[in-house]
Design a binder for this molecule. Structure first.
Ligand code: XCC
Ligand code: SF4
Length: 630
């Protein structure tokens, strides 16, 4: 105690600068260099006013050319682009969820994948009205997997998970006609609407953007999260470490990167196998270290305590250490740059999914049936590669922080209920959290999520906003690369309580939690929806009345826009630090930041000044408190 210190952004940057020196020695390219080549960005693209959905174009809207050749105005073009962006994100998250459902379908007592949380499976089965009595757990798993898969294409009705939302929220969705139907249908309808000669009315396009987002959050992502828990275990608080210093120069280093835990779980399993460790030793290594990048990292950190090497804009850094034997990727957020970069080192860049195939990689296709043998082959390949290191290029920044991760809703409820209630059972509640909020000990909560983006000083916005919020007694729940920024800085260490205001500090001490709670990967933002729904039901307040907001200060992906849409459409005000290419249309921008509040009781705020963004969130939380008279 007392000597705890966060790792500063300047220290992050100094480490990166040293790694880039290594890169320069071997002629490596880097995102820092490519950003220079791409700046300034195309203004039409930035404002979202370029349309190329038919071959009469591309059409770009300017004061002199206010309509495309078909006559579409700027609002139609910006709105269509926004909907397409959303559809890309919703498809991506949901397809990840579908993969998990397939893996569950292939789970077997004697197979590669097992049901690790049978209680959760039974709970969901009850929720869906499926008989569990006397059923073999794998029969139940297959039945549930099939039902979940049908959610993607069912011809009638809405998503099953919507029933988890408070009634008021469900009514809003019905009233506004945005309750999502089949997941794939919402994605396909979006692409239909944005086809040449379909919708150009901003209102219709934004409404569908919310609906497609909801199909992700309360559909595909929720499937991903819930059935990942069933397969790999529901996260519980667990200690781990974060930042590049988790890589070990004496060990074989395998870095897992991407999103789907099916691959990384298997790699971790085999890397732990005594036979494999002996194999690593036979090449002169002391052992095997698996660490992670991006959301795959979040998944295995939360369930296994696997350390987190870095987030999105650190992915090149892990290779630049010269000590990465293999970077094994599944899907999403993987820089194609890793191919050529790995060629500058001894690193094996291994792609595993038909969804994400890249030049200069070794493709080892991975699916549930061959998961075991392929994971073993990959771990072996990494061990064999240890001897190919160039020792003169090895430099791992000596920088890491402790982190306690794994705060699923179940874990949060259990931890907080444990403080007030000595006899905790499974039926804990969020009441203690609500009491802390009502009494003002905690002012509110912010869900910090999303990526890094070179348009924002990497990690600066995440870390500085979190510091500011916790100092103001606002508790943070975090996921994705935001969570990793926090962990790398030290904000997920329990000792970070000293940076909190007096109220939050007391809560952290009593509950023995860090002030920033790691809720998982990006699909796990569905956990945040469940938490918000539970808080709403247990307080009797609409979600939109709770002093809770969402924030993605450094977002970059289509998925992030899909997330933003479902968070807002769930009634949670959402604050962005990067503009989603809508500044070209006053109508679309006004709908998103204002108009949709009439539909879903929440809207976006876009603010590129990070300090102002923080102030705006605090002000919104205080406004909500004032409205409640607390
Ligand atoms: Fe990707 Fe999920 Fe963004 Fe990170 S936060 S850069 S989407 S890994 Ni989801
Ligand atoms: Fe141009 Fe209209 Fe074709 Fe878009 S749809 S490229 S605005 S003609």
């Amino acid at each position: 105690m007392g000597d705890f210190k966060l790792t500063s952004i300047e220290e992050f940057e100094a480490a990166t600068a040293k790694l880039l020196e290594t890169g320069a020695k071997v002629g490596a390219d880097s995102w820092q260099l490519r950003v220079k080549n791409q700046t300034p960005h195309c203004k039409f693209g930035e404002q979202g006013v370029c349309c190329r959905i038919c071959s009469m174009g591309p059409c770009r809207i300017t004061p002199k050319a206010p309509r495309g050749i078909c006559g579409c105005d700027v609002h139609g073009i910006v709105g269509r682009n926004y909907l397409k962006f959303t559809a890309g994100g919703a498809a991506t998250h949901s397809d990840h969820g579908r993969e998990i459902c397939h893996t569950l379908y292939l789970s077997a007592e004697d197979g590669n994948y097992h049901v690790k949380d049978p209680d959760k499976l039974k709970k969901i089965a009850k929720e869906w009205g499926v008989e569990t009595e006397g059923k073999d757990i794998y029969d139940l798993a297959h039945e549930m997997a099939e039902l979940a898969l049908l959610e993607y294409g069912k011809p009638f009705g809405n998503q099953r998970w919507l029933k988890r939302a408070p009634e008021h929220t469900q009514e809003l969705w019905e009233r506004e006609n945005i309750a999502p139907r089949a997941i794939d249908r919402e994605v396909a309808s979006s692409l239909h609407m944005t086809h040449m000669g379909c919708s150009s009315k901003p209102e219709a396009l934004i409404r569908q953007s919310l609906r497609a987002g909801l199909a992700d959050g309360w559909g595909g992502s929720m499937c991903g999260t819930e059935f990942s828990d069933v397969l790999f275990g529901t996260p519980k608080p667990i200690d781990t470490e974060a930042n590049l210093g988790v890589m070990n120069a004496e060990n074989v280093n395998i870095v897992v990167h991407g999103h789907d835990p099916s691959l990384s779980e298997m790699i971790c399993e085999y890397a732990d196998d005594p036979e494999m460790i002996a194999y690593a030793k036979s090449f002169g290594a002391k052992g095997i270290t698996v660490s992670g990048v991006c959301c795959t990292s979040n998944e295995v950190a939360m369930r296994r305590g696997i350390p987190m090497a870095g987030n999105f804009l650190q992915q090149e850094n892990v290779v630049l250490t010269g000590a990465c034997e293999a970077i094994v990727v599944d899907v999403q957020c993987i820089f194609p740059a890793l191919g050529p970069l790995s060629k500058c080192f001894h690193t094996k860049f291994i792609t595993t999914s038909p969804i994400a195939q890249m030049p200069d990689s070794e493709f080892i296709e991975f699916h549930a049936e061959n998961a075991g043998e392929n994971a073993k082959a990959i771990v072996k390949m990494a061990c064999e590669n240890f001897v190919n290191r160039r020792q003169d290029l090895v430099y791992i920044p000596d920088m890491k922080q402790k982190a306690t991760v794994g705060y699923s809703v179940e874990a949060i409820v259990k931890t907080l209920d444990g403080v007030t209630n000595s006899q905790v059972d499974e039926t804990g509640t969020t009441k203690p959290l609500l009491e802390c909020i009502t009494s003002g000990v905690i002012r509110g909560a912010v869900a910090m999520v999303g990526c890094n983006n070179p348009k924002v000083r990497p990690d600066y916005a995440h870390v500085e906003l979190m510091k500011k919020l916790i100092a103001n007694d606002i508790i943070i729940i975090a996921s994705g690369c935001s969570a990793q920024a926090a962990a790398r800085a030290g904000l997920m260490s329990k000792e970070a309580k000293d940076l909190c205001g007096a109220g939050l500090k007391r809560v952290c001490e009593l509950a023995d939690i860090p002030p920033v709670l790691h809720m998982g990967s990006c699909v796990d933002i569905s956990r945040m929806l469940v938490l918000a729904a539970t808080l709403s039901k247990e307080s009797g307040l609409p979600i939109s009345a709770l002093p809770v907001v969402g924030c993605a200060p450094e977002w970059m992906s289509e998925k992030a826009v899909s997330i933003g849409n479902y968070v807002v459409a769930t009634g949670i005000d959402t604050f962005l630090g990067v503009d989603p290419y809508v500044s070209g249309s006053t109508e679309v921008a006004d709908l998103l930041t204002n108009g949709i509040r009439n539909w879903v009781e929440a809207a976006y705020t876009v603010e590129k000044d990070i300090d102002k963004l923080g102030d705006a969130m605090i002000a919104r939380i205080e406004e909500k408190r004032a409205a409640l008279g607390i």
